[in-house]
Design a protein around this ligand. Structure first.
Ligand code: PRP
Ligand code: URA
Length: 214
């Protein structure tokens, strides 16, 4: 699949994002720095992912004269992190969208089968009229993201963007095939999955690195 030219797939190439991803990859980067940089990357990616937001002109009085100037129109937003690691991206996005509602979807991957299991789902209601930004730093097999987006669609979600910091080609292809309508934003497209379904070169276990667990 030619991801670069595929509709609804956006692979970031901004040097700031790439620089920060390198810091995340480095195994000597500690928890506090990892958490901070993950949030910064999410904010930078969100800035790009929201360039299609609609605006409407309103009247405004400047110190010089009256004019018309644009503000964000219509749709409200919801941020939905996939627990746990998606939480590491939430604050960065909320710094740009402070009035967005926040939902949570709990998923974990079975260590042997690599299949996703869900354990929690709480979304803002009604969800159908919101632009929904689903976050998870890692898109590996794509199973967790695909299932999480199934839950959101079952609850009525329609306008969905998925943001990950690192994707494997296998997971990106899977998610795009299952949900071709979802706009997928990728910080960096890595080489492949290994036999344990970890992304190579990747950054290891994102949840453990964000929360300092192991
Ligand atoms: C990680 C990651 C994704 C999932 C990606 O979560 O944050 O949710 O794996 O893998 P997939 O694309 O193959 O489904 P994990 O299951 O380790 O849970 P955690 O966030 O609680 O650590
Ligand atoms: N989950 C992670 O946290 N890292 C990977 O490389 C794959 C799944």
């Amino acid at each position: 699949m030619d991801f670069q030219n595929e509709k609804n797939i956006y692979i970031m190439d901004h040097p700031l994002i790439q620089h920060k991803i390198t810091r995340l990859r480095d195994k000597s980067t500690g928890t506090a720095e990892f958490r901070q940089i993950a949030g910064e990357i999410a904010m930078l990616m969100c800035y790009d992912a929201l360039r299609d937001l609609e605006t409407v002109d309103i009247d405004v009085e400047t110190p010089i004269e009256n004019t018309k100037s644009p503000v964000i129109a219509g749709k409200n937003q919801a941020v939905v992190p996939i627990l746990r690691a998606g939480l590491g991206m939430t604050d960065g996005i909320l710094s740009l969208l402070p009035t967005a509602k926040v939902g949570h979807i709990g998923m974990y991957r079975d260590e042997v089968t690599h299949k996703p299991h869900s354990y929690y789902c709480k979304l803002p209601s009604p969800i159908s009229e919101r632009i929904i930004i689903v976050t998870d730093p890692m898109l590996a097999t794509g199973g967790s993201a695909a299932d999480a987006i199934n839950f959101i669609k079952e609850k009525g979600g329609k306008m969905i963007k998925f943001m990950c910091i690192i994707a494997a080609p296998e997971g990106l292809k899977h998610l795009h095939e299952v949900h071709p309508d979802v706009q997928i934003y990728v910080g960096h497209l890595d080489r492949e999955l290994n036999e344990n379904a970890y992304i190579c070169p990747g950054l290891g276990d994102a949840g453990d690195r964000i929360f300092g667990t192991k």
